[in-house]
Design a protein. Structure first.
Ligand code: GRF
Length: 222
């Protein structure tokens, strides 16, 4: 079967891009990266794309008079590359309703919190300030409202007493690198159905145990 063609949009480091590159290196993975686009010239993620031999473009938003003009250039490049799914991976531009509507159900994002908690930026600082015992990450379909939209998969990670924003971010990032390739796999396999505000993933069950924090062994058998 043809592999799902991904367009990955980045602005910086590109570690989530890297996780998709590594997943797609396996011949059995049902998706491939057709194009990487950065809005930031010199983004580290572009080096990762080059090292993997991927097609890449820099489309600098500062070169355009308006957000719609910038996004038209994005859509043109993605369409030319015959992209079937757009993956936002640390892409730091807000998107217009028009762009989101154009790519409706073909546009996903990863966010470093358990949405709908802690939308926006400076997530880990706010998580620590709130004193919650778990944080995590979310892969979701994109809708016009920022960091909203049907949730495909989440991973929970414990917050440790000694955490600072960097140590927590690193722990969450490891989970991000697990769940983004997984969500894309499920989409490519045709398992993911949007049902209103929710997503059903065919053939994938919820885990049988929960977690507790603080806890002697971290597990909560239910
Ligand atoms: C990740 O934490 C992602 O969840 C958020 O931006 C960060 C991007 O990191 N949207 P990277 O560029 O993928 O390393």
């Amino acid at each position: 079967m043809a592999r799902l063609r991904l367009g990955v949009l980045i602005s910086g480091r590109g570690s989530n891009l890297q996780s998709l590159i590594e997943a797609a290196a396996a011949p059995a993975y049902p998706a491939e990266i057709a194009l990487v686009i950065s809005n930031e010239p010199g983004a580290k993620g572009l080096e990762r794309a080059a090292a993997a031999g991927l097609a890449q473009r820099t489309i600098d938003h500062r070169d355009f008079d308006s957000r719609p003009a910038f996004e038209s250039a994005l859509t043109a490049a993605l369409t030319e590359a015959e992209v079937g799914l757009v993956c936002l991976a640390g892409f730091m531009r807000l998107l217009t309703d028009r762009f989101v509507a154009h790519w409706d159900r073909r546009l996903v994002n990863i966010h470093p919190s358990l949405l709908p908690a802690f939308k926006g930026i400076h997530v880990h600082e706010r998580v620590l300030a709130a004193g919650v015992r778990f944080s995590g990450c979310t892969v979701h379909y994109v809708v016009p409202e920022m960091d909203s939209g049907p949730i495909i998969v989440q991973a929970a990670v414990p917050v440790a007493g000694a955490d600072d924003a960097d140590s927590l971010a690193a722990r969450v990032l490891k989970a991000e690198h697990r769940i983004y390739p997984l969500a894309v796999r499920w989409i490519a396999e045709g398992r993911v159905r949007i049902e209103g505000e929710r997503v059903a993933v065919d053939g994938i069950a919820a885990p049988r145990s929960g977690l507790m924090n603080p806890s002697d062994d971290g597990r909560l058998v239910l």
